[in-house]
Design a protein. Structure first.
Length: 306
């Protein structure tokens, strides 16, 4: 059974991860209008293709947002999650946390259109950042500025995907993991992914979801947050408050004063500050450990190192 990586779960994930990694952000070299002279039609091209794809498959907006997060959290926002494995190397997308990523073909299609307009100019890392933003906007989510100028990394290793926060982590483990990176309790984040369910969660909710698939079914997608499959909202907080998250890391939010306070604020105020918080956090997240200047490369195809 494959649980759908729903958008509202990801909104919490990406809202908090930006705060988590704010001290690790290195956005030097990124700026708005970076391709103004070298590829002036870039954002229009990306927006057009992304809108066409998401209008046909709105459920892919959340996976594209998740893909952007997974890219940034491992080796920074360098497009390394897009690289295919070879006979000599298992790439990031072959790592367990990334096996459920979807939407790679959309990135390929956008990259092809950008290459037609401006050959060898725009990085895959920048394209992924723009597609994630435009996909969310297409389903009536917020629209945030995306400073550009990222370069593509040349290294992608499956085992490094293990550094992504685990959906099985309890609050003590999350504290230890992020403290090892110089991060405090306020920085805790929930990562959506596959894993077993938390025994402290609603005892009726998980069996209901599991009943929608046969025991051997690994392809059917089921919403973790019913009603938010193709919409951008703050409903995740309400579900977590009701203990209707699925993972240990969902429940962990309620076991810490600071993180539970934010969950309660958004659940009780219907996300009064969420959109603004999300926009600001996405800008920060997109600047994590970026390659700029002469570092890295500009890939001709996002799946292949030049």
């Amino acid at each position: 059974m494959a649980y759908q990586n729903n958008l509202s779960s990801l909104t919490l994930l990406l809202l908090l991860v930006a705060f988590i990694l704010a001290n690790n952000v290195n956005g030097d070299g990124l700026k708005l209008g970076f391709y103004e002279k070298t590829c002036p039609k870039l954002e229009a091209v990306v927006q057009k293709i992304t809108a066409e794809k998401i209008s046909l498959a709105p459920s892919l907006a959340a996976p594209l947002l998740r893909m952007h997060f997974h890219d940034c959290f491992v080796r920074g926002c360098d497009g390394s999650v897009l690289i295919d494995s070879t006979k000599n190397n298992q790439a990031e997308k072959a790592g367990f946390p990334n096996l459920s990523l979807r939407g790679f073909q959309i990135i390929d299609d956008v990259k092809a259109a950008v290459e037609d307009a401006c050959p060898g100019v725009v990085s895959c890392a920048d394209i992924l950042a723009l597609v994630a933003r435009d996909a969310i906007y297409q389903i009536k989510g917020p629209y945030w500025p995306v400073p550009l100028g990222r370069r593509d990394g040349r290294i992608s290793i499956a085992s490094e995907s293990a550094t992504l926060p685990s959906p099985l982590a309890n609050i003590a483990q999350l504290k230890a993991t992020f403290a090892s990176k110089g991060l405090n309790v306020k920085d805790l984040v929930v990562l959506s992914g596959k894993g077993d369910t938390d025994p402290s969660l609603d005892s009726d909710y998980v069996p209901y979801l599991k009943s929608l698939c046969k025991p051997t079914d690994t392809t059917t997608l089921v919403e973790m947050d019913p009603g938010s499959f193709t919409t951008f909202d703050e409903n995740y907080y309400t579900n977590v408050l009701k203990r209707r998250g699925l993972f240990v890391s969902d429940a962990a939010l309620l076991n810490d004063y600071e993180t539970s306070a934010y969950v309660k604020l958004q659940a009780q105020s219907h996300g009064s500050t969420f959109m603004k918080d999300f926009e600001e956090s996405m800008v920060k997240m997109g600047q994590i450990e970026v390659l700029t200047g002469s570092a890295g490369e500009i890939r001709r195809h996002c799946r292949l190192i030049n």
